[in-house]
Design a protein around this ligand. Sequence first.
Ligand code: ADP
Ligand code: ASP
Ligand code: MG
Length: 440
Amino acid sequence: MVVLKFGGTSVGKPERMKKIADLVLSTPGQKVVVLSALSGTTNTLVSIGDHLLGGKPDLAEKEIAALEKHYEAFIKELYSSEAFLAIGQETVSRFFIFIRLLAAGQFNNKSYRELLAQGELMSTELFYQHLQERKINSRLLPALHFMSIDENEEPELEKIEQRLKPLLNSLKNIEIIITQGYICRNHLNEIDNLKRGGSDYTASLIGSALRAEEIQIWTDIDGMHNNDPRIVKKTFPISELTFDEASELAYFGAKILHPSTIVPAQKHSVPVRLKNTMDEKAEGTLISNKGTEGTFKAVAAKDNIVIVNIRSSRMLMAYGFLRKVFEVFEQHKTPIDMITTSEVAVSLTIDSSNNLDSIVAELKKFGTIEVEKNQTIICVVGHNIGRQKGILEKVFGSLADVPVKMVSCGGSNNNISIVVEPSFKEKALIALNEGLFGIK
Ligand code: ADP
Ligand code: ASP
Ligand code: MG
């Protein structure tokens, strides 16, 4: 069993959707195919939802109408026969009737999440009908029947496994099982999602639950690159990464993977392969338990980080101080990414401002609090870089012209993280590309 996930650009054009059908067929054995929404759809649904929540139904309707036109044109190229075009038209019209019903009702956060789910629900149905037209042995398995998150918005891997196994058993004779990425049910049984980019996470959760041979993430680039290709011109694909290395890169901003993708795959050691839909011959990246040599592997950056600095000459030396500080973050369900301490101060970073005001109010008990919003973490990932000599010299030598606000090193053997002002992000990434990988 192989799980193949195709992202928005891989299904965003009718000819691409047809091509991925060929690609799936050329993979031997039974397959679970996880699809994202067509590229641009989730962004549009977010915008429609924002207009509706903001009391601007006219603007929402404009975007709904444009999106509907896009799908009407899409199906005209996707299906070859009149009969399937008619089925496609019925499908699109049914979805847009539902979207307009949501828009016309009491629009709240629950309807917003239902609206966001329509992208994946539509793409999978259109793809399934395309396979039906080609008489390919396939079935649509609704993700809302098995994918769930708990009250802390964490996927319930064991429950997912318990639901999926019998479902898959009943589909033994089906060659291609199609399901939606991103969407799930929450603890109230409402429609919810795994956050933006969540289809990667879906694929990994399914692959892990089914102990798949491999989880393949098909996208628009030939694997994990050594640096952010959206910012740095000359980057190259990395052929192998360990789970730990890939996890750090995903968590610290490599957009090719949802931040949590690697966690379920690593739990059951299911290899994750990143492949390019536009260039299937390209080797891509294999992420597994196998460590590979080579000191520096890649650099990634994550924006919108908040630094919280606690200054307290009274308490820091006292034992139990850090525990009390951590408890405040724990109570507010806010994970800490980086931490540095001195004898009179401790600095932490978090990537969510959601509970910041209450966190700061509570931390004031311990000392003087300073907050710096909108910062950037740059993360250097490599094999054994926490323990080798000369590594820090290389990293900081490259960053000679970049003011560094925080440094974290040695926490894990494969990560050095620094915090910079966002205005220095591009400079830092380019400088590291030259200093660590010798690319000008
Ligand atoms: P999909 O729609 O298939 O999920 P995404 O846009 O989410 O695709 O992810 C692929 C994009 O991730 C690439 O086009 C690339 O611009 C971006 N990206 C950012 N950092 C990296 C990296 N280190 N390696 C590869 N791609 C990266
Ligand atoms: N369609 C969702 C998004 O754009 C999920 C995904 O593509 O992974 O965020
Ligand atoms: Mg993505």
